[in-house]
Design a protein around this ligand. Structure first.
Ligand code: PMT
Length: 393
């Protein structure tokens, strides 16, 4: 069990701390919570007390709390100090060593690893002084989780959203995971492809890219050098990951084949179209009779092409199935000459396409493993751990 001190500073994202505490506890972390005065305006200490199972610390000089667990003892107790959300003001104070409340004092007293999950308005995040504070904190060996891009509580759009609690948890776990893929080069494909029929219409599928992007981010945390080839998805470009955007199956084929030389691992998580229109019409196709027909031809099989290379990387395919999961997955493993295949059910109520969750049945020559339903971040971590094991075997 890991002892984690959770610092909560003032910001609307403080409401997410309740879920964070719940998840940390579920994952066997022992938690003590410390809140700034501003944080208590957004979420009550009582809520966090109930969820953490311990009294919440809010005062630097509180005779009762100093008796129970003084602030220095609290700092010594922690094996890990996470501040989530870390507001712009909180980051500024920590970066300068200002200790005028319990949270900032604990930061100075802490000797354990410190992580912050910033959350603030996008303009505050982009302000040069905040970026300077961030750099200073990084120099002081503070690890930074997020923030993410997207729409914010204030109605603006940009970087500044606190990373989701499940992703913070996965990153904390990964920070402490051995660097299983240190310096390994990994190429990952993600998302759907779009096969154009005419200038305004295309054939595509329900892939959101979440599975492939989670793999890319987790591979990076495990020490790998990642290249991501992404179909059109609404996800933010992952930070510090070389990302190449493509649209059609043909473009994905070209990008993957251009990048594959020298890769140790290729993971084909993309939902690539099996068929594409014979011809893209240059004008919008006009409505005609009651029935119309499309003429399609097979696309090139990207993962099979990679697996047929003389110097092929460890090649992992996915199998998305609505029936006979094992049968079709094993057939693809053999037919495409893969080293491993991760099979998932699609078209069900939970998991598969677009969901934040998934489960995988993984097969390789003479072996298999079940990865049960969890969020795609954790699942990606589990699949990469398995790949690292098989790579060594
Ligand atoms: O993106 P998400 O919303 O998070 O959803 C994740 C997912 C369901 C898309 C993912 O988990 C998944 O299953 N990806 C593979 C989808 C797929 O196309 O499966 P398939 O069984 O049709 O293809 C088998 C394998 O061949 C896949 O690795 C696929 O990438 C590859 N393929 C297929 C056709 C083609 N022309 N080239 C290929 O490389």
């Amino acid at each position: 069990m890991k002892r984690i001190l959770l610092g909560i500073s003032g910001g609307i994202a403080a409401y997410k701390s309740a879920e964070l505490v719940r998840l940390l506890r579920k994952n066997d972390y022992e938690i003590r919570v410390v809140m700034t005065h501003a944080a208590t305006q957004f979420i009550t200490p009582l809520t966090l007390q109930a969820l953490s199972g311990h009294a919440v610390h809010t005062q630097l000089l509180d005779a009762n709390q100093e008796n129970a667990m003084g602030h220095i003892n609290l700092a010594r107790w922690a094996e890990l100090f996470l501040i989530a959300p870390a507001s712009a003001n909180c980051m500024a104070k920590l970066s300068l060593g200002i200790a005028d409340d319990l949270l900032s004092t604990l930061y100075l007293a802490a000797e354990c690893p410190v992580y912050i999950a910033p959350a603030m308005n996008q303009a505050m995040w982009n302000k040069p002084v905040t970026q300077e504070n961030l750099k200073r904190l990084a120099q002081h060996k503070v690890s930074v989780i997020g923030p993410e891009a997207g729409s914010q509580a204030c109605g603006e759009v940009g970087y500044g959203r606190m990373t989701e609690p499940s992703d913070i948890l996965a990153q904390l776990n990964a920070f402490h995971a051995p660097q299983l893929l240190l310096n390994k080069k990994i190429l990952i494909s993600a998302g759907p492809t779009r096969e154009a029929l005419d200038p305004v219409r295309y054939i595509t599928n329900r892939s959101s890219g979440k599975m492939g992007y989670a793999l890319a981010q987790q591979a990076q945390l495990l020490g790998a050098k990642v290249t991501l080839v992404s179909g059109p998805v609404p996800l933010a470009t992952p930070k510090n990951i070389h990302t190449i955007y493509v649209e059609s199956a043909a473009e994905m084929y070209t990008a993957v084949m251009q990048q594959v030389a020298g890769q140790d691992i290729f993971i084909s998580a993309a939902a690539v179209a099996d068929y594409t229109p014979d011809k893209m019409q240059t004008e919008k196709i006009k409505k005609q009779g009651d029935i119309t027909q499309l003429s399609l031809h097979k696309t090139q099989d990207i993962v099979a092409s990679v697996a047929s290379l003389a110097n092929k990387p460890f090649t992992v395919g996915f199998a998305a199935e609505t029936d006979n999961l094992e049968h079709y997955a094993l057939d693809k493993l053999q037919r495409k000459n893969l080293d491993m295949i991760a099979a998932n059910w699609v078209g069900q109520a939970e998991g598969g396409f677009d969901s934040a969750y998934n489960a995988l049945q993984v097969y390789w020559q003479n072996g298999q493993k079940t990865l049960t339903m969890t969020n795609k971040t954790q699942l990606a971590n589990q699949l990469l751990t398995l790949i690292a094991e098989r790579l060594d075997a």
